[in-house]
Design a protein around this ligand. Structure first.
Ligand code: SF4
Length: 337
């Protein structure tokens, strides 16, 4: 019996949300140890053989693109620790239908990789950096690499990457002193900061609602200390960040307020983990195994069918603010931002 052709209907879930954005974690490994993400020692990373090859990732993305996925974000762990990453970037950018690719990185290895990644076609990056203070960087990441990160950012600016955004995780009792310096640094360097509310995705489960530095509190601080912030009304509702601009024209600031202002109603994102699991949500409990299909000789139609059924099973959104909330069994570093 002939294998049914792939339907190219868009990926619409039962709530009417169209899914065209795929986040790809290319490794669970990282070269720093942010204490709100993973323990300092004793992290068991996946075996190399468990991780999807570039060919397998590329094939999966080709199928997803045929179902309407147009935007990709490459994440980790820390994606730059994945060997030959520029090769993967070039392959993904060349896939028909993909018209946007971004990368989230801690930039520690950007001094070495900024040029080859740029040559591979990468332009949009989000750099994860919570503080400009060396001591606090050391305290948060347990690594003394702030200089490399700043050097990496400077090189990316020099090479012409853009837009460059800076992701800062906002943790109460830790990063308040960094909010204004980070915002000033971004204004001076034409970088857009993204303040991200701390989410319950950490391996050691230290998350607590009282540790969430709320977007509204940061908006109040920046408006008082730098310039009033004005919300930008016509933003893309599917984009996770709510965007503001400084009244004095000094740039824009984004807030990813997953805890205080969930944005699940417009979610358009799917996630592929480095070991080949498809997740319809950052906080999903269930996952669909696509690695078995990719390695088992399954036709593209079967992979397409799994993507489509995963979307059809998608829930309305995370339950962080309800008593029903169950943290996902997989920590952030094995999911990717
Ligand atoms: S929590 Fe899940 S459903 Fe909500 S925006 Fe994030 S990925 Fe989408």
């Amino acid at each position: 019996m002939a294998t049914p052709a792939i339907s190219h209907e868009p990926l619409i879930d039962t709530f009417g949300r169209v899914h065209d954005n795929l986040r790809i974690s290319v490794t669970d490994r990282c070269n720093i140890r942010c204490y709100y993400c993973m323990p300092e020692t004793g992290v068991e990373f996946m075996e190399r053989s468990e991780i999807l090859s570039f060919e397998e990732i590329e094939r999966f993305v080709r199928v997803a693109a045929s179902l309407g996925v147009t935007k990709l974000r490459v994440t980790g762990g820390e994606p730059l620790v994945r060997k030959d990453l520029p090769d993967l970037i070039a392959r993904l950018i060349a896939i028909p239908g993909i018209n946007d690719l971004a990368l989230t990185t801690n930039a520690v290895l950007m001094p070495q990789l900024a040029r080859p990644l740029y040559d591979a076609g990468l332009r949009r990056i989000n750099v994860h950096l919570d503080t400009l203070d060396r001591e606090r960087f050391l305290h948060i990441t347990r690594r003394d690499d702030l200089d490399k990160v700043l050097e990496g950012i400077a090189l990316c600016r020099e090479l012409g990457y853009g837009p460059i955004k800076l992701n800062a995780v906002a943790v109460k009792g830790l990063t308040e002193p960094d909010v204004v310096p980070i915002a000033r640094f971004c204004r001076e360097n034409n970088i857009e900061p993204r303040f991200i509310e701390f989410m319950p995705l950490d391996a050691q489960q230290i998350w607590d609602r009282n540790k969430v530095l709320l977007a509204d509190d940061i908006i109040a601080t920046l408006s008082r200390e730098i310039s009033p912030l004005i919300e930008i009304p016509d933003r893309d509702p599917r984009a996770p960040a709510t965007e503001y601009r400084y009244a004095d024209g000094g740039g824009r600031v984004g807030f990813i307020a997953s805890v205080s202002k969930p944005f699940c109603l417009n979610c358009n994102r799917l996630r592929l983990t480095s070991d080949g699991k498809l997740r319809y949500c950052l906080f999903a409990i269930e996952e669909a195994d696509v690695k078995a299909l990719l390695r088992g000789g399954a036709p593209d139609q079967d992979i397409a069918a799994v993507i489509r059924s995963n979307v059809s099973e998608k829930w309305l959104g995370h339950e962080i603010n309800s008593a029903k909330f169950v943290p996902p069994p997989r920590p952030m570093y094995a999911i990717g931002g």
